[in-house]
Design a protein around this ligand. Sequence first.
Ligand code: FMN
Length: 192
Amino acid sequence: MTISKNTIHPLVANRRSPRAFDRDRKISPEMLSNLLEAARWAPSANNIQPWRFIVGQKNDATHQKIVSTLSEGNRIWAEHAPILILAVTQEEGERGKQSYAWHDLGLATTQMVLQASAMELYAHIMAGFSKDEARSAFSIPAEYVPLTVIAIGYLGDVENLPEKLQAREKAPRIRKTLDEIAFQNTWGEPLA
Ligand SMILES: Cc1cc2nc3c(=O)[nH]c(=O)nc-3n(C[C@H](O)[C@H](O)[C@H](O)COP(=O)(O)O)c2cc1C
């Protein structure tokens, strides 16, 4: 079964995770609110809505604190993004363990990323940051776990990146084929 990237919706087809963000172009409060609103309307198991977002805007204390938690390899480019969002999920609720908390944060994040796409913004999700430092910097309670940082902004000039990152930015994007991920009848049998 082959589906061309050209036949999927442009919001999905055009999404990618850039490292070059425009260092000057700001995100308006309305756009920021739209991003969070898109996440808010995500589905979740039992409608628990385990996601929480700590929002940093360039030059504010939250942005600086998020930057300080990033791994070196991420900090070098992500510190220039106008918005950095620390995405957190609630693993333990009133009724015990919330097994789908990670899944549901992923759904909310996806909605945010696609909303970004719809506003001609780009988002880059990162796991490379210190969860311990993030927990301590923002006094995150024990039942919540910080999972990702999402950098959001307008596309910037690739030439501003260090050479090594420029090469990665220009490298082709690779995916498994549909035959490798979609089955029928039994495990591993590709969908006809
Ligand atoms: C949970 C998660 C963690 C990620 N962590 C990082 C990261 O720490 N640094 C990074 O540069 N990219 C990170 N990425 C981005 C992936 O590398 C990227 O999505 C993947 O290579 C596919 O590229 P594309 O998003 O442009 O299609 C992460 C993505 C996800 C979903």
